[in-house]
Design a protein around this ligand. Structure first.
Ligand code: AQP
Length: 334
């Protein structure tokens, strides 16, 4: 049986998109457009698993859409829409809630991280979020999912759920087992303040991340203040691995300049981090500020952004309804 390749991925509208989202996900989204059909979703229902101010959420949905377009997603090539506008996501999520096992969800590390020490106070939505993510992917029978490394475990759960559905309803290969597409070098960009934490929208300190909308001055300041190391840059990769903040800066530099990490470290070995930071700020400003300017420009015409989402919703809904009709039959729902 020939299965048509289809990519699906989502981004939460929880604030400014940052360099981690850009290198770990968005750049991959853009290049996949030339390889297969793609569906990209602003996952607003995932965002509300943690309280969002309603007016901020609305703005963030449009800003995430603008960020998709500014980084190179094309509505003529990819379906771009927001999750809550296609009701099939929540319907399938309910069905999958009944397939997924509590023991599987108990193993999800992102819930443990996000819920913090008082899990009793976390929303039920946050706990079952990975089932909704499985529904997002399986609703379109997606075969490939471009994501950062932090989503790997959720993707594995989606595969387990797909497999159990196929087995329970005796329909081998009905849901393809979605493959994660995780960029090797930049699968997890770390915080500029703490090399043990990933760069994140919800991290309190804005100095922990480079936002796509940051000005040249802000980028420069954040890179200058980024945690590095008091020793000069080592040429030994074993030493570098023990210095996560320094490794993070060199990895970002290597990705943006498209040179290998080995080449960068041998060029910079023995130099102070201030030298790397100067060069890094320069290449980041060149790469990121045009994206930020394009986001600002697109945000001036909100009705254009809403139109793009509406058109995408129409297209996504057709595929979702076709698939859901069969899913309902398989489950025995009339
Ligand atoms: N630091 C990162 N490095 C590499 N990839 C990353 N991604 C996120 N952070 C990094 C990838 O970006 C895509 C969209 O992520 P998301 O915004 O939907 O959710 P998230 O992973 O929870 O991102 P944040 O920034 O940490 O958001 P908040 O703070 O709201 O939870 C995903 O493919 C993700 O892997």
């Amino acid at each position: 049986m020939i299965i048509k390749k289809l990519a699906f991925s989502g981004v939460q509208p929880t604030g400014n998109l940052h360099l981690g989202n850009y290198l770990g996900a968005l750049k991959n989204f853009v290049s996949l457009q030339n390889e297969m059909d793609c569906i990209y979703c602003v996952v607003d229902l995932h965002a509300i698993t943690v309280f969002q101010k309603p007016s901020e959420l609305t703005n963030n949905v449009l800003e995430t859409t603008a960020s998709f377009l500014a980084t190179g997603l094309k509505p003529e090539k990819s379906i771009i829409f927001n999750q809550s506008s296609v009701a099939g996501h929540t319907e399938l999520a309910w069905i999958l809630n009944c397939i997924s096992r509590i023991g599987w969800l108990n193993r999800m590390t992102q819930f443990k991280d996000k819920a913090g020490s008082d899990k009793e106070k976390a929303s039920v939505g946050l706990y079952i979020y990975p089932n909704l993510m499985a529904a997002d992917i399986l609703l379109y029978k997606a075969t490939h999912v471009p994501v950062g490394a932090d989503q790997k475990q959720h993707l594995e759960l989606s595969r387990d759920i797909a497999q159990k559905f196929n087995k329970d309803f005796n329909c081998e290969n009905f849901f393809p087992l979605p493959e994660p597409l995780i960029p090797k070098k930049v699968s997890r960009i770390m915080s500029l303040r703490d090399g043990a934490k990933k760069m994140s929208k919800s991290e309190e300190s804005d100095y922990s991340r480079i936002n796509l909308k940051d000005s040249a001055d802000e980028i420069k300041k954040k890179i200058q203040k980024a945690k590095s190391d008091s020793e000069p840059i080592p040429d030994d990769s074993k030493i570098l691995k023990q210095k996560p903040e320094a490794l993070n800066l060199l990895t970002i530099y290597s990705e943006i300049t498209k040179k290998s990490l080995a080449q960068i470290t041998s060029e910079m070995a023995g130099k102070k981090y201030s030298y790397l930071k100067e060069n890094l700020a320069e290449v980041l400003i060149e790469e990121i500020t045009p994206v930020g300017k394009e986001i600002q420009k697109l945000l001036k015409d909100k009705s254009h952004l809403k139109n793009i989402l509406e058109n995408g919703t129409e297209k996504a809904n057709i595929i979702a309804e076709e698939n859901l009709k069969i899913i309902r039959e398989k489950v025995g729902l009339i």
